[in-house]
Write a protein that binds this ligand. Structure first.
Ligand SMILES: [Zn+2]
Length: 363
């Protein structure tokens, strides 16, 4: 066992083609809290506190602070913390043609709650890039690998009323094409990993379409949502074991997507479901975003050790369960540090196995 792991680690170390030089590279699922001077904290869809050029400058300042928080915490793959977006789905859709945000319609969201949503009134298109300037700005601030999150096609559909296509599949496909345009420009701007945030019953073919032709790494993040009340209430109805991943994982395993991001901390997702994506890189959520309690490094390490039963060490990427936008900055920073420290513990254990491992323990 140890011998096998050692060989795996050695092959990891000498391989030039890996994006990361670090074993167990840490990252967040995406969003981080915004500073109080930019938007009301601990709320989704919080209105901006500034306007015009002041707002643009403030968003960039917030992005730099968010990057600094990640860097100080020791996060290896950094992001923009989604500081320039009001909401991870809506902000992208706002930049598209064909969607009416004025005359909304009420729709049941994922069978959980009613919401007044924008309406698709014509052919959807992307007149110009949405996040590419922000990605260039982030790229200019750091040499670390950067990950950029986009909504997945099905996630976008779930927040809209369709009055034009009359087919969810058709609309999803159109969004996938638009996402692909944006993703290619993000890649050209120097993004190392493009991530699509999707629902757990997503159509894998549409995600593949969104990622088509990309030479950078691609990831799909599938989780059980932010720690907001509508989600935590819904989770209570799911029973003792959450097996929703069981449906989609075999399809993702045979897909072109490189990395699967999932939640595992304080989750009722059985860890052995990860076996269904054996061979893929896995971003394992080792931080619960639905509680203010900051994990201890040992709790994080424990989750990572469990995941290592099903993921090869060179394919395990410690992460957060989901975005941390709804948390306070103090709590989110504590969780970032815990993630980093927990990954350090397991790295240390793996390198001890590497240098002092005993071939006699080989089965
Ligand atoms: Zn999530």
């Amino acid at each position: 066992m140890v011998g096998r792991l050692r060989r795996r680690l050695i092959s990891f170390r000498i391989s030039e083609q890996y994006l990361m030089k670090t074993l167990l590279p840490t990252s967040t699922a995406g969003s981080l809290p915004k500073p109080v001077w930019l938007a009301e904290p601990e709320t989704l869809w919080s209105p901006w506190k500034l306007q015009g050029d002041d707002l643009i400058e403030a968003k960039h300042d917030a992005l730099r602070l968010s990057l600094d928080d990640q860097r100080r915490a020791g996060i290896d793959i950094v992001s923009d913390g989604e500081q320039t977006r009001q909401h991870f789905v809506t902000t992208f859709i706002e930049h598209l043609d064909g969607v009416d945000f004025e005359n909304r319609k009420t729709m049941r969201i994922r069978n959980r709650y009613d919401a007044s949503v924008p309406v698709v009134v014509g052919a959807v298109s992307r007149p110009k890039s949405v996040f590419v300037e922000d990605a260039k700005f982030l790229r200019a601030q750091t040499d670390q690998p950067i990950k950029w999150a986009l909504p997945g096609p099905m996630t976008m559909i779930d927040t809209l009323y369709d009055d034009h296509y009359g087919s969810r599949e058709k609309l999803a496909w159109e969004f996938a094409k638009i996402l692909n345009e944006e993703a290619r420009e993000l890649e050209a701007a120097g993004v190392d990993i493009v991530q699509f945030d999707e629902v757990n019953d997503c159509a894998v073919a549409t995600v593949e379409k969104a990622a088509e032709g990309l030479k950078c790494e691609t990831a799909v993040h599938i989780c059980y949502g932010y720690g907001i009340k509508a989600n935590t209430d819904w989770k209570k109805t799911l029973g003792s074991e959450w097996r929703q991943y069981e449906e989609v994982f075999p399809k993702l395993r045979s897909s072109s997507i490189d990395i699967i991001s999932l939640e595992a901390q304080n989750s009722r997702v059985p860890m052995d479901l990860i076996e269904l994506i054996r061979g893929k890189k896995v971003m394992v959520g080792a931080i619960d975003v639905a509680t203010d309690t900051i994990e201890t490094p040992e709790q994080v390490a424990d989750t990572l050790r469990k995941a290592l039963q099903f993921v090869d060490a060179d394919k395990l990427y410690p992460a957060t369960n989901c975005g941390m936008a709804p948390l306070s900055r103090h709590v989110a920073n504590g969780k970032l540090r815990a993630l980093s420290a927990g990954a350090d513990i397991v790295r240390e254990e793996l390198s001890r196995d590497l240098y002092y491992g005993d071939e006699r323990s080989e089965p």
